[in-house]
Ligand binder design. Structure first.
Ligand code: NZQ
Ligand code: ZN
Length: 389
């Protein structure tokens, strides 16, 4: 295990009815002018918008709105939010929605105190030095954005999708009420399952030795998601299933708690971001296609981890099988699970051919090789994309 520092400053309020604690959170923070950030209207359909507004009014907060955040949120929308905050003297940003809404709100939060253009943070031209405080009410279990400092933003004019991570961008508080995810449609529930499992993969497939606790934390999250995912898909209002998935999503990516002292990979995420930058597909659809192919491409680097994954997570029977056969059976079980719950398996399923393959590969390695389990150069990335066609 490597030495590490770990800090996660986000307060979590978890459980049915917790959305009604919002007013109290705003009041106790002493915030007066709130930028309410939300997406395309799901929060209005589910009645959450009215609940949020009435609580903010009750505590006397002035409300400024930034509606219409896109899935794969755009830097143009973020810039609008930054302007609003400056014009209206906003002192709290409140994101109500899924990962896209939360990510856009984070980018607004870090952009307000910065004199240059917020895109500078995404292309690593400038370092984040501070942020407005951010609170969130999560409505979709997937990204972990509710308890981490990451944000992923798309620049549609340049077909780029880039991420930043900063301690300044952790939410001050996040309200996680599983009943708010009852209305998440099946395809987005599937996306959430794939995304959180992928977050665990990025940390679990590591070359760092002697990390048994972290490995078991990863394995237990994967098993819990696998068991509860199918229940939530069959019974969307099953509280236990929605709550378990929500907790898994938050734990899977909350500043690296499950993988402290381990080198992470993240190559597959970097490749996926370049796919959705060009084709605007859901992040997890890209991951479901790419991850089994990444696994096939790299498993020989450390076959023992893939054997452990197959046996512990997918209960592959190791008897009479070679390590190679066990590892491949685990990878196949992953692909089969994604396919069974309805995730796409090939880029062609999303209408993607090889036209932009070179460009996606070049952009993925813009800052150098990606990944650590097996560092990938442009040719490697191209090979994985080709396997995924
Ligand atoms: O826009 P609205 O109307 O709110 O509808 C959304 C959207 O259409 C809908 N939705 C959300 N909650 C709902 C609901 N519909 C019904 N009932 C509800 N309760 O779901 C759709 C997708 O929402 P989105 O926020 O885009 O999904 P997700 O949470 O999967 O976020 C995806 C984004 O997060 C980034 C991805 O790249 C992508 O841009 N990621 C962020 C990460 C982070 N911050 O740590 C890490 C991830 O790896 C990921 O890259
Ligand atoms: Zn992800």
């Amino acid at each position: 295990m490597n030495s590490f520092e770990f800090q996660n400053p986000t307060r979590i309020l978890f459980g049915a009815g917790m959305a009604d604690q919002l007013g109290e959170q705003v009041k106790s923070g002493g915030w007066k002018t709130v930028l309410l950030v939300y997406g395309g209207g799901s929060i209005k359909k589910m009645g959450l918008y009215d609940r949020v507004i009435s609580q903010l009014q009750q505590v006397g907060a002035k409300i400024v709105e930034l509606p219409g955040v896109e899935p794969n949120p755009r830097v143009t929308t973020v810039r609008k939010g930054i302007d609003l905050c400056r014009e209206e003297g906003v002192d709290l940003i409140l994101a109500v929605g899924g990962g896209s809404v939360l990510d856009a709100a984070k980018a607004v939060a870090v952009g307000v105190p910065y004199e240059g253009d917020v895109w500078d943070f995404l292309i690593r031209k400038a370092q984040i030095q501070g942020a407005l405080p951010l609170g969130t009410v999560l409505t979709l279990s997937a990204t972990g954005s509710e308890m981490n400092g990451n944000s992923v933003i798309t620049n549609w004019e340049e077909n780029l999708k880039k991420a930043f991570g900063s301690i300044h961008a952790f939410p001050k508080f996040s309200i996680l009420d599983p009943t708010l995810t009852y209305s998440v449609p099946a395809d987005q529930t599937v996306n959430g399952i794939v995304d959180m499992m992928s977050h665990v993969f990025e940390q679990y497939f590591s070359s760092t030795p002697d990390t048994p606790l972290q490995e078991r934390l990863c394995e237990s999250i994967l098993q819990t998601v696998i068991e509860n995912g199918e229940i939530a898909l069959m019974e969307p209002t099953n509280y236990a299933a929605r709550a378990n998935i929500m907790l898994c999503g938050t734990y899977a990516l909350n500043g690296g708690m499950i993988s402290v002292g381990m080198q992470n990979d993240w190559a597959t995420h970097m490749i996926e971001h370049e796919v959705s930058a060009i084709y605007d597909i859901a992040h997890a659809a890209g991951l479901a296609i790419l991850f089994p192919n990444w696994m096939k491409y790299v498993y020989r680097e450390r076959i023992d981890r893939f054997v452990q994954f197959a046996v512990r997570v997918w209960q592959v029977d190791p008897n009479g099988k070679s390590d190679e056969e066990i590892a491949l059976a685990g990878i196949e079980a992953t692909r089969a699970y994604f396919s069974r719950i309805g995730a796409p398996t090939r880029l062609a399923d999303m209408g993607i051919g090889e036209e932009q393959l070179n460009r996606m590969a070049t952009e993925t390695v813009r800052f150098g090789t990606v990944g650590s389990f097996k560092p990938l150069n442009e040719q490697d990335v191209k090979a994985i994309l080709q396997m995924s066609l």
